[in-house]
Design a binder for this molecule. Structure first.
Ligand SMILES: [Zn+2]
Length: 143
């Protein structure tokens, strides 16, 4: 269980990362982590694959590229930076990776900040947040 102080919680809530989720940040993290345990997959493996897909699509900025046997991906960038709500200096370009599984038709998207939140804080965001990532869906699509 991760113990979050009030200040971090306020940053997370103010940043819109909780969406309409009424659970605490710790509850959200615990729940997603047990889902990953059930899927028998690690954060390291997920983050590795996400970075691989984003890095494959970066050179083609704005255009769809093949990012694996059943995957196409594209990245789009907006001006400005996004900050991690945890108290450490971590800022990210507003880069969004869009991924489509051409076999199942499923799509998913993530911002660079999502990769950091998952890698360093095991945080997939609250339900109802525009950048909430469902771990099960993510795993289904990218592997
Ligand atoms: Zn952080």
């Amino acid at each position: 269980m991760i113990n979050l102080n009030k200040k971090i919680f306020m940053n997370i809530a103010a940043g819109g990362f909780l969406g309409t989720d009424t659970r605490s940040v710790s509850e959200i993290i615990d729940c997603d982590m047990s889902e990953l345990a059930e899927l028998k997959i690690t954060i390291e493996k997920i983050v590795g694959r996400m970075k691989e897909i984003t890095n494959t699509a970066i050179p083609a900025l704005g255009n769809w590229v093949q990012a694996g046997k059943k995957l196409t991906a594209k990245v789009e960038e907006a001006k400005g930076l996004l900050s991690c709500p945890w108290p450490h200096p971590a800022r990210f370009a507003k880069r969004v990776t869009y991924v489509k599984n051409t076999e199942s038709g499923q799509t998913i998207k993530w911002a660079d900040l999502n990769i950091h939140l998952i890698e360093k804080h095991n945080f997939f965001e609250g339900k109802g947040s525009p950048f909430r990532i469902e771990p099960k869906e993510l795993v289904e699509i990218i592997f």
